[in-house]
Design a protein around this ligand. Structure first.
Ligand SMILES: Cc1cc2nc3c(=O)[nH]c(=O)nc-3n(C[C@H](O)[C@H](O)[C@H](O)COP(=O)(O)OP(=O)(O)OC[C@H]3O[C@@H](n4cnc5c(N)ncnc54)[C@H](O)[C@@H]3O)c2cc1C
Length: 546
């Protein structure tokens, strides 16, 4: 929808309060009659006296935050901490409020030097597994190196430096607001010599995953006095001169001192996907909310905001071919991630021509899963089959054992291949035979490390975790591409202010979360999206209220 622009009324002027009292100034302008009654109470300025200001009238800033995911709530909490009044406007109803955040596993990547730093963050520090766990460490240098792997030879951007250097502090800051975390034993550790060994630098997730994170954050936001309105999709930005002075929600104008856009990327906007990522992307499934249709980007761009980052870049993973077009809204949010299918590193992937098309064992799946959705989309027919044998069935993540997972099974590869609907069966049979013949039998299989157990002479080779497919039953799962979120977005400064192409900030406009560009390019180390939302959300909340 084309963003609306227009003039908004001046926020009513205020007079000084009597000492020590709160004074609410009612609306003076006709436009306020359009404002929701809750807002009449909420948004007009409050004048108050503190011991610091010695009786000099202070006006609380009013901040509107657009969206209610992790980035939005982080911005809201930061703005409340800074003394502002905050209203969050959410397009969805209460069920889908929280956006993609509520679809997540709640995993948050952050740098830490020692395992002891994790203990104060845990929901249950007395978990009996903890003394038997090797959490390792994940330094800022390692986090930077992980990001660099996806930068296609470009150096780290200022946004990436900020993500890394503020990551630990952001997670601790949320903990200070009552967010607790659990070690991700089931997906990020393997048992080795009787100990739980974590791998890949991603160690903790919010208690009760994305839904838990949203609920803990929202509770903190509301405890601090923040307000949220549902079914209040922002359709335009109000401006006076060069300044953003509020937002439009359908035919209602809402004034604010600053607006924080935290309303996601454009992954759910089919037309924008086709325009900015490529024509084939119209067929991608959307793993999360249907509401992230790029509204914030379009509204900001209409005011001259600079497009920044990799416009055609996105996080996309292999997902069940038969999942619905959006994250399954009929499931409890905690189960919605089960359509993802990212254990390809334990087997092989075949396309419609019966050929392999990626090195399934290129790296830990944390570093490949966000790219392999695109690889699947680029195959003929936009689908693939993931093939496993019984040796790894116990290692497959829960999503493969999910009640709604689609797969075919057989007691031999010969019987399995004809069941691979849509694939060239004779070519698939040949590919599997060649794969088995190319596996290095001498190197032991070890999923806790890049084990170097490789094939030799294939194009492409599988360079880690290559085991022969030789133990029945054999299983194959049909997958397609599921887009998770988009990488291209807006350029913001250190305060989170949205910048124009000239480098000048758009007064009164801030941004955070998925719609900030320059954070991810060719790929994504798993668990960085939520951390990015909190890092840039905190900056934007503080910036907007400063
Ligand atoms: C299935 C899945 C699993 C994931 N797992 C992880 C994980 O474990 N760890 C991780 O770090 N990341 C994960 N991600 C990525 C993560 O979800 C995002 O990086 C993060 O949630 C983005 O936060 P956000 O606040 O920017 O956007 P969102 O959480 O999507 O919030 C945006 C909000 O804006 C609202 N909105 C949109 N338009 C408007 C409008 N016009 N007016 C008002 N409101 C509007 C939307 O309804 C939504 O509520 C996952 C994503 C998906 C889909």
């Amino acid at each position: 929808m084309a963003p609306k622009r227009g003039l908004c009324p001046t926020i009513p002027s205020v007079s000084g309060p009597s000492p020590g009292t709160l004074v609410h100034h009612g609306p003076k302008y006709g436009i306020w009659t359009n404002v929701h009654p809750v807002l009449l109470f909420t948004l007009y300025p409050i004048v108050y006296k503190t011991s610091e200001n010695q009786g000099i009238p202070m006006v609380k800033k009013t901040i509107v935050v657009v969206g209610s995911g992790n980035a939005a709530i982080s911005a809201g909490i930061a703005a409340l901490e800074a003394g502002a009044k905050v209203l969050m406007l959410e397009k969805a109803g209460p069920d889908l409020a929280g956006g993609n955040t509520k679809y997540t596993a709640g995993a948050m990547r952050f740098a830490y030097e020692t395992p002891e730093e994790l203990l104060p963050l845990l929901s249950n520090p007395k978990d009996p597994r903890i003394p038997n766990t090797d959490f390792g460490h994940y330094t800022q240098e390692k986090f930077k190196a992980d990001l660099l792997c996806f930068n296609d030879d470009e150096t780290l951007t200022p946004e990436q430096h900020a993500l890394v250097s503020e990551s630990c502090d952001a997670v601790r800051w949320l903990a200070g607001h009552g967010v607790t975390y659990d070690p991700i034993y089931n997906r990020q550790s393997f048992e080795k010599d009787g100990r739980y060994v974590f791998w890949g630098g991603l160690t903790l997730a919010a208690k009760n995953e994305g839904v838990g994170l949203f609920e803990m954050e929202l509770a903190a936001f509301q405890r601090l006095g923040g307000q949220i309105r549902y079914r209040a999709g922002v359709t335009g930005l109000l401006t006076r001169g060069d300044r953003v002075t509020g937002v439009q929600v359908a035919d209602e104008s809402i004034s604010a001192d600053a607006v924080v856009l935290a309303c996601g990327g454009f992954e759910a906007g089919k037309a924008l996907r086709e325009e900015r990522i490529g024509p084939d992307w119209s067929v991608a499934k959307v793993r999360g909310t249907p509401h992230n249709t790029g509204d914030g980007l379009l509204m900001a761009e209409a005011l001259g905001a600079m497009r920044y980052g990799r416009s055609g870049g996105c996080h996309a993973t292999p997902v069940d071919l038969h999942m619905k077009d959006f994250g399954n809204l009929d499931l409890p949010p905690g189960e919605r991630k089960n359509y993802r299918k990212i254990c390809y590193f334990l087997g092989v992937m075949l396309n419609a021509e019966g050929k392999r098309f990626v090195d399934e064992g290129f790296d830990f799946r944390n570093y490949t899963y966000a790219r392999f959705g695109r690889a699947v989309l680029e195959q003929p027919g936009h689908f693939a089959w993931q093939v496993f044998d019984a040796k790894v069935l116990d290692l497959l993540y829960g999503e493969y054992h999910f009640e709604d997972a689609h797969y075919v099974e057989a007691d031999s590869l010969e019987e399995l291949v004809p069941k691979l609907a849509g694939a060239d069966t004779s070519s698939a049979a040949a590919t599997l035979q060649e794969f088995n013949a190319a596996v290095d039998d001498c190197t032991p299989f070890d999923p806790t490390t890049r084990d170097g157990k490789s094939t030799h002479g294939l194009e492409p080779d599988k360079t880690n975790w290559a085991q022969k497919l030789d133990t029945p039953p054999f299983r194959a799962y049909p997958v397609t591409c599921g887009i998770t979120f988009t990488y291209g977005g807006l350029k913001v400064d250190e305060r989170g202010a949205v910048l124009k192409a000239t480098g000048a900030p758009i007064a009164g406009l801030f941004g955070c979360g998925e719609l900030v560009g320059g954070v991810f390019f060719g790929g994504y180390p798993g668990g960085s999206g939520l951390t990015s939302g909190t890092v840039f959300g905190r900056r934007a909340g503080r910036g907007a209220s400063g």
